[in-house]
Design a protein. Structure first.
Length: 153
């Protein structure tokens, strides 16, 4: 599942043998952000760290309060969503249809502080999970654009 706010795909060239004479042909292979994050295991670690940080770091107090008493459902939904959003399996769409992010988040009070804490918490989670800096910067741009669009106050 991709949309205007999802990260772009990358293209890398690979060299593959072609023909019996050992000639080589360059083929383009799309490498997704999903691949760069380490697939499902990498995204799961990133999501787990994101929600763990919400509980551990006082700087994310308002963000944590917006999530209610338990995080299991939110943790699972974010994992499913990010898998598809980054170019992997569309787990969320298969279960719930179109994400309708803004509509699904309307019950929650999302202002500038919550937006900024969400992006900062995800930035910290990505950094701690070893996501390369260039990819963090790219994802932070998409996350900020999406989080700003979802503000409802």
């Amino acid at each position: 599942m991709t949309d205007s706010m999802s990260p772009e795909r990358s293209t890398s060239s690979t060299t593959a043998p072609h023909g019996s004479a050992g000639q080589e042909e360059v083929q383009d292979k799309q490498v997704t952000v999903f691949d760069l994050l380490g697939g499902e295991p990498g995204i799961q670690r990133m999501v787990d760290r994101f929600y763990d940080l919400m509980d551990l770091e006082p700087v994310y107090t308002e963000l944590r309060a917006a999530h209610g008493p338990e995080l299991d459902r939110a943790r699972q939904h974010l994992f499913w969503f990010l898998c598809g959003w980054t170019g992997g399996p569309d787990h969320f769409v298969e279960r719930f249809g179109h994400p309708r992010l803004k509509a699904r988040h309307m019950p929650f009070s999302i202002g500038i502080k919550e937006r900024d804490q969400w992006v900062a918490c995800m930035d910290q989670a990505m950094s701690e999970e070893g996501v390369p800096d260039a990819l963090i910067e790219r994802l932070n741009q998409s996350f900020m654009q999406t989080a700003d669009w979802m503000r409802n106050r």
